[in-house]
Design a protein around this ligand. Structure first.
Ligand SMILES: NC(=O)c1ccc[n+]([C@@H]2O[C@H](COP(=O)([O-])OP(=O)(O)OC[C@H]3O[C@@H](n4cnc5c(N)ncnc54)[C@H](O)[C@@H]3O)[C@@H](O)[C@H]2O)c1
Ligand SMILES: [Zn+2]
Length: 366
């Protein structure tokens, strides 16, 4: 049995087929007679909801709110639909929201719950690797706004997180890879022993053992607990995310088949690994190891230098910045991150070129 993780105000439980922990939580909650709403998306409603309902009889009477899947639905309009349903149903402040899904459902559902009637209780049942190791832990909720990622949001802890790794069996390989980017990031932040384990798994056909999911959650949880409101150390979790978020936003606006969050972050980590080498003395061999593990999992993205101007503009609008200075987390070594780094714009452009150089041969342009 995988041990629960104490995450401060709540616990992260690992479930087996019986969903013992969730059933226990629900029996305490249901005794108060409060309503339960399950927020999920249409894909997860097919893939995971029937099993959850079967294993948790107390959810029989719950209401299910289904949204369309995809990042494009992590917006205020979807929240308004959720708030309308809750209001029409006269859901009161004792209600419970269960967010069953990936990071979109967890972020959106956590946000909607933290706002409804000034905040109602919610729990996460993450169903993607990314939401298990990252989005469901740390108390950040949010939605995208006018093309800006996570522009509007709150800090709000769930009452509990219930991880059932077999939910990953139905996940598309691309989605598994996307989540693995955050596992790689946690390895970069935590150092060599975890990196060795991650490297041994990296490849197309990812099979992630439960203890690696647990280890990855613990790395995030420890960082979050040291700085819950992101005043300082928590910023290290943004490694790969300054350039990654810009590329993700760019891709959402321009590509027919946009990059997934983790796919963009993987590119961001290569670029920010380069910046780390230039500014913080990250060893060349360490940078190569980072690039190698990422290239083994992710197909190259055809980033073109004509997009750099727009990417820089997006980076300047990043909410991590103070004033006009673009804010980065960089590494001086694996496991040794530094936040609030401010490379010159020319160096950031050089880092984008570094990614392009890395991929040219792989995409087959020369
Ligand atoms: N709050 C945080 O701290 C935090 C951290 C990291 C990422 N995020 C956010 O998470 C989001 C990305 O999350 P994601 O990658 O989980 O994306 P997602 O929620 O869009 O899920 C990906 C896709 O997989 C499908 N899916 C989910 N579970 C499935 C399953 N078990 N079987 C089959 N299909 C399944 C979904 O329907 C969806 O189409 C982004 O919006 C990102 O900003 C938040
Ligand atoms: Zn991320």
């Amino acid at each position: 049995m995988v041990q629960p993780i104490d995450a401060g105000n709540y616990r992260v439980y690992f479930e087996d087929d019986s969903f013992h922990h969730l059933n226990h939580f629900l029996s305490a909650h249901c005794s108060s007679g409060s309503r339960i709403f399950i927020l999920t998306d249409l894909t997860v409603a097919d893939a995971c909801l029937p099993f959850l309902l079967q294993q948790c009889p107390m959810l029989e009477e719950s209401d299910v709110i289904e949204i369309h899947p995809g990042e494009e639905n992590k917006v205020i309009e979807t929240c308004c639909e959720i708030w309308k349903i809750l209001s029409d149903e006269h859901a009161d402040r004792n209600m419970l929201m269960i967010n069953l899904g990936g990071g979109v459902v967890c972020d959106l559902g956590g946000f909607a719950a933290s706002m409804y009637k000034r905040g109602v209780e919610f729990i996460h049942v993450p169903t993607t690797l990314l939401s298990m190791v990252d989005a469901s832990v740390g108390g950040k909720t949010g939605i995208d706004f006018e093309g800006w990622k996570n522009q509007i949001g709150t800090f709000a802890d769930p009452q509990g997180v219930f991880v059932f790794p077999p939910f990953l069996d139905t996940l598309q390989p691309r989605q598994m890879h996307s989540g693995f980017a955050e596992v790689i990031k946690h390895a970069a932040l935590s150092g060599l022993p975890f990196l060795d384990q991650v490297e041994s798994l990296a490849g197309y056909d990812l099979k992630i053992p439960d203890d690696l999911i647990r280890a990855s959650i613990i790395i995030k949880k420890d960082i979050v607990l040291s700085d819950p409101m992101e005043k300082g150390l928590r910023k290290v979790l943004n490694f790969g995310h300054t350039i990654g978020h810009a590329i993700e936003s760019y891709s959402l606006m321009h590509d027919d088949n946009p990059l997934l969050h983790g796919e963009a972050i993987a590119i961001g980590m290569i670029c920010e690994g380069y910046l780390s080498m230039k500014m913080k003395g990250l060893g060349k061999d360490e940078l190569h190891r980072l690039c190698d593990v990422i290239h083994r999992v992710f197909a190259p993205y055809p980033l073109s230098s004509v997009t750099f101007h727009e990417l820089m503009h997006l980076m300047k609008g990043d909410k991590k910045n103070k004033g006009t200075r673009i804010n980065f987390t960089l590494l001086s070594a694996w496991g040794n991150p530094h936040f609030d780094c401010h490379p010159d714009e020319e160096l950031v452009v050089e880092a984008l070129h570094f990614y392009v150089q890395q991929t040219i041969g792989k995409i087959g342009l020369n």
